[in-house]
Design a protein around this ligand. Structure first.
Ligand SMILES: Cc1ncc(COP(=O)(O)O)c(C=O)c1O
Length: 388
């Protein structure tokens, strides 16, 4: 039987992830390959109590259909947090709840991209965004990341020459590199986009997870009418709830709402109500500070072990937050061989290749530092150093 799938399915890069999840689940393998928040830091009891209270107090409402834009008290909470944490004048009307911020990537691409349209990205870029955008058959153009964020000269020429419908960036603790834009780069990006009709998509999946607890100014502050932001409770409460949001100017949100309604009517209302109850009765700041401190310790430990154990010629990024860092291997060492040999030695890492649209990254690996415990990190790094 031949199934006549749409041509767009052939445009999605082969995902390495199935293979990755398979090997990461092999007993005895210490994995730095995945992207899971630390399970130990999910407040199961707190969420269970919130769920019980929702079932008791408002079960019949929360188990009904609701509006596409999402539970108003939850949108009020998110808008309030933008106002107090980041000084952005957000209102609940500018927020829409989605099924994990990954859904924003699909829906933004759906409302903006026709086949052949240019879309801009960082290089390396988030694999989940490459996959989501690919289904809409755009032409990718990318700007290499420097220690300060995207190279601004290259960014300016990309915008001038390709006029992308939008540029997708992760200014805070990027996935996969762990890099954070400097304040000047944030302003620079906004200045370059001002007066063009390219939108900036600011994915803020990790903005709450700076090890020093200091929020960085979002690009949206400098470019409010052309910036779409997305955020998520996945890394700060629990990814299984699948609750994220988009914060966007009204004309974009209107189109987004149409696409969201057609896709799934609304995100899981029960989870929205439970999450809101949890947030209203628990101290999110204290929880986030605890999680960030643990990730910061893990990250510093890995950086020190890389410096001590890896052969000369190895370099790595030094993240200020988030869950990922990138290692560049010594010349001639292939990341795919490190992956295969690593699995035999009991350590899993993610080759950087799928993060580079159009090729590249063969000498890079991404390391996750949120999932493995401190006791496994030392042994895992020793195995990795042996393999390299
Ligand atoms: C940069 C980035 N954006 C978005 C997502 C999607 O997360 P979620 O759908 O759980 O909000 C992820 C997941 O790891 C991510 O790393």
């Amino acid at each position: 039987m031949v199934y006549r799938f749409a041509g767009r399915m052939g445009r999605v890069p082969d995902s390495f992830l199935d293979e990755l999840f398979r090997v990461s689940a092999v007993p005895g393998v210490i994995s730095f390959a995945g992207g899971l928040p630390g399970s130990a830091y999910i407040d199961v009891e707190g969420i269970r109590d919130a769920a019980r209270d929702v079932f008791t107090d408002e079960g019949r409402t929360a188990l009904q259909y609701t509006t596409t834009d999402g539970y108003l008290p939850l949108r009020e909470f998110i808008a309030g947090r933008y106002r107090t944490r980041l000084g952005l004048p957000a209102t609940p009307e500018e927020i829409q709840i989605v099924n994990g911020s990954q859904q924003c990537l699909d829906l933004i691409a759906k409302i903006f991209l026709d086949p052949g349209d240019a879309v801009g990205m960082e290089r390396p870029g988030y694999l989940g965004a490459i996959e989501a955008f690919s289904l809409y058959e755009p032409e990718f153009c990318s700007v290499p990341l420097t220690d300060d964020g995207p190279d601004l000269d290259r960014f300016a020429s990309l915008v001038r020459e390709h006029a992308p419908k939008f540029f997708y960036g992760i200014p805070n603790s990027q996935n996969p590199s762990g890099m954070t834009y400097s304040d000047d780069t944030r302003r620079g990006v906004a200045d370059i986009l001002e007066g063009t009709d390219t939108v900036f998509y600011e994915d803020d999946a990790f903005g709450e997870l700076f090890f020093d607890g200091r929020p960085r100014p979002p690009v949206k502050r400098y470019l409010p009418d052309r910036t779409v932001m997305s955020g998520s409770f996945s890394k700060i409460v629990a990814p299984g709830m699948r609750i994220g949001w988009i914060y966007a100017p009204a004309p974009i949100l209107r189109e987004f709402n149409v696409a969201k309604q057609a896709a799934d009517l609304h995100s899981n209302f029960l989870c929205q109500a439970i999450l809101h109850r949890y947030l209203a009765t628990h101290d999110l700041d204290a929880h986030v500070a605890r999680v960030s401190a643990v990730y910061g310790r893990h990250c510093r430990l890995i950086c020190d072990l890389l410096d001590d154990l890896m052969p000369p010629g190895t370099t790595h990024t030094t993240p200020e937050g988030g869950m990922f860092m990138m290692v560049t291997l010594p010349e001639g060492v292939s990341s795919t061989e490190v992956f295969s040999e690593g699995v035999r030695e009991g350590v899993a890492v993610l080759p950087g290749v799928p993060f580079y649209v159009g090729g590249g990254g063969e000498d890079t690996i991404r390391l996750n530092f949120s999932a493995a415990g401190e006791e496994d990190i030392g042994e895992g790094m020793r195995r990795l150093a042996r393999v390299v």
